[in-house]
Design a protein around this ligand. Structure first.
Ligand SMILES: NC(=O)c1ccc[n+]([C@@H]2O[C@H](COP(=O)([O-])OP(=O)(O)OC[C@H]3O[C@@H](n4cnc5c(N)ncnc54)[C@H](OP(=O)(O)O)[C@@H]3O)[C@@H](O)[C@H]2O)c1
Length: 239
């Protein structure tokens, strides 16, 4: 009975994780959404798919909200010692794609670091007791977080997003070291360029392919994979 936690589960790739995972009635899913006071019909529609689906509030840009979420998770699971098999830190923002290194602002950088880096860091902090031998933490990164890739792409856009995802990659390595003694596997995964609100209509990948590949990759991880950077199809990426 694997247990999955997914942040940003109300739309885009987070919702696709829920759609695919909810088809298996042996799964328990805790789907986190920024706010419960909104239209969550797309997410709620998966409650009848077979899996045990809980919908909880978690604003990953708010340390207080993440702390409250951690307490709710322990309550849903029936104790702070219960294992979370997969923590999928999916929620992310790219709010200022037109900002370049020549126009970037402190507000934008702070906002992107807060949601895209501090969010996944705090999630691991509050859920640490649930992360046990064999648990997997996945930080959803981006090709734009790869220094090696960006040098080939020669792109000036999405600067603060790109910096935040590079920082998330470094966070992944730090978390993998910090959780090594507990045999928790921490990886970052690039979903590819996918058709979502963030990816836009010009994207090349369907959500089904990206998330299907990612779940296969995550289920096949070994302890020696901790601290590595993959793309959705399981291929290793350059930092
Ligand atoms: N699509 C791509 O091509 C692509 C490529 C590389 C990486 N990624 C990464 O993949 C992840 C998912 O992207 P996506 O394409 O599905 O984007 P999306 O369609 O824009 O959806 C983003 C999700 O993250 C949630 N979110 C953002 N800020 C949040 C916060 N403070 N608290 C809680 N939830 C928050 C959103 O919730 P709201 O509805 O409340 O805003 C939404 O559910 C992101 O980390 C993104 O950087 C995507």
């Amino acid at each position: 009975m694997p247990l999955f936690i997914i942040t940003g589960a109300n739309r885009g790739l987070g919702l696709e994780f829920v759609r695919q995972l909810s088809a298996d009635s042996s799964n328990t899913i805790i789907a986190a959404t920024r706010s419960l006071s909104r239209n969550l019909s797309a997410l709620e529609s998966h409650k009848s798919n077979g899996a045990n689906l809980h919908i909880l509030e978690c604003d990953t840009g708010s340390q207080d909200s993440i702390t409250a979420f951690g307490k709710q998770v322990s309550s849903v699971l029936g104790g702070s010692d219960k294992k979370v098999d997969f923590l999928l830190n999916n929620a992310g923002i790219n709010y200022t794609p037109k900002q370049t290194s020549l126009t970037m602002t402190p507000d934008s950088l702070q906002n992107h670091i807060n949601v895209n880096v501090m969010g996944p860091a705090k999630m691991v902090q509050v859920l640490e007791s649930h992360l046990q031998d064999g648990s997997v933490v996945m930080n959803m990164t981006s090709g734009l977080g790869s220094l090696a890739y960006l040098r080939t792409k020669d792109s000036t856009d999405c600067t603060t997003y790109s910096i935040s995802k590079a920082a998330l990659n470094m966070l992944t390595v730090h978390q993998s070291i910090a959780l090594k003694s507990k045999s928790v596997v921490v990886v970052c995964v690039d979903p590819g360029w996918v058709k979502t609100d963030m990816g836009g209509p010009g994207a090349v990948l369907e959500q089904e392919e990206s998330i299907g590949g990612m779940l296969k990759c995550l289920r096949g991880l070994k302890s020696g994979d901790s601290g590595r950077f993959f793309q959705y199809d399981g291929a290793e990426r350059e930092w």
